[in-house]
Write a protein that binds this ligand. Structure first.
Ligand SMILES: Cc1cc2nc3c(=O)[nH]c(=O)nc-3n(C[C@H](O)[C@H](O)[C@H](O)COP(=O)(O)OP(=O)(O)OC[C@H]3O[C@@H](n4cnc5c(N)ncnc54)[C@H](O)[C@@H]3O)c2cc1C
Length: 240
């Protein structure tokens, strides 16, 4: 069982484009695909970091997008979870065309700011596909026997629509459904009453999801008393 690499060491390593072979493809929800990739070179990442994926057409045209890693740093494979967006140039290809055995160009790990050091008490407030970096953080916390340091609140529309919901809940995450009444909890975004007790002792919060979700979550955390500079935000979608 190995601890996490120091951030300076992770950040100092240059990243270069490398090839990664698709070894597993499955579809955890109707709109998402989970990819497990075997890269030619696997640099150890910090939970929360992301990779660039580059697609190349026969005429040389390229398109690249960022995808967070769900993998634990000790996992030899890169695990991505991609939401298929209607007419999405890259996500539609990854979700509908890509098959086991195909090869992608990838570069990473990237993102120094949105990365958990596995020693600072932290809370993740994440929604939709924004759960992906929280999955990496939670897998690392479980492996290190430090689940006490990480609290996860994952928000989805309804059961069956949130990737990794069972895995997150089994490791102690709180699930909040916005459009389904479940186990006596009425459909709603997480409330101050639900989140405030989870912030006790927390020094850093990671917010991830759509721009709309991120804005709600950031405001909620501040209303719960967390200082703005303790909140790190990653937005997946367009900002407009
Ligand atoms: C650091 C980082 C990490 C990310 N991690 C993930 C991840 O783990 N999983 C994941 O699925 N995505 C992730 N994203 C988003 C991803 O990079 C792409 O933006 C997304 O897959 C859409 O690309 P596309 O080429 O399919 O769509 P495009 O062809 O670029 O856009 C198609 C249409 O969808 C809109 N759109 C673009 N992105 C989004 C979005 N995320 N939500 C809603 N509408 C959008 C565009 O405005 C446009 O109208 C991440 C983004 C960042 C910046």
């Amino acid at each position: 069982m190995s601890a996490i690499d120091p951030m300076d060491a992770v950040a100092a390593r240059p990243t270069a484009w490398t090839e990664a072979r698709v070894v597993e493809v499955d579809r955890p929800t109707a709109d998402t695909v989970r990819l497990r990739l075997e890269p030619d070179e696997r640099q150890r990442h910090r939970p929360g970091q992301h990779y660039l994926v580059r697609l190349r057409a026969p005429d040389g045209y390229t398109a690249q997008r960022s995808y967070s890693l769900a993998s634990d740093p000790d996992d030899a494979l890169l695990e991505l979870l991609v939401e298929r967006l209607p007419d999405g140039e890259v996500s539609e290809f990854l979700a509908e065309v890509l098959e086991v055995g195909d090869v992608l160009e990838v570069r990473g790990p990237l993102g120094r700011w949105f990365a958990w050091d596995t020693t600072t008490p932290a809370l993740c407030l994440v929604g939709g596909t924004g759960v992906v970096p929280a999955v990496s953080m939670q897998r690392a916390a479980v492996r290190l026997g430090r689940s006490d340091l990480l609290r996860v609140v994952a928000v989805g529309r309804a059961p069956g629509h949130l990737p990794y919901a069972e895995e997150l809940a089994a490791a102690g995450a709180t699930l909040a459904w916005t459009r389904a009444n479940v186990d006596g909890r009425r459909a709603a975004a997480p409330t101050r009453a639900e989140v405030t007790p989870l912030l006790e002792g927390v020094e850093v919060a990671f917010v991830c999801g759509s721009a709309r979700f991120a804005s709600y979550a950031e405001t909620l955390l501040q209303e719960c008393g967390l200082a703005p500079d303790a909140i790190r935000v990653e937005r997946f979608g367009p900002t407009g």
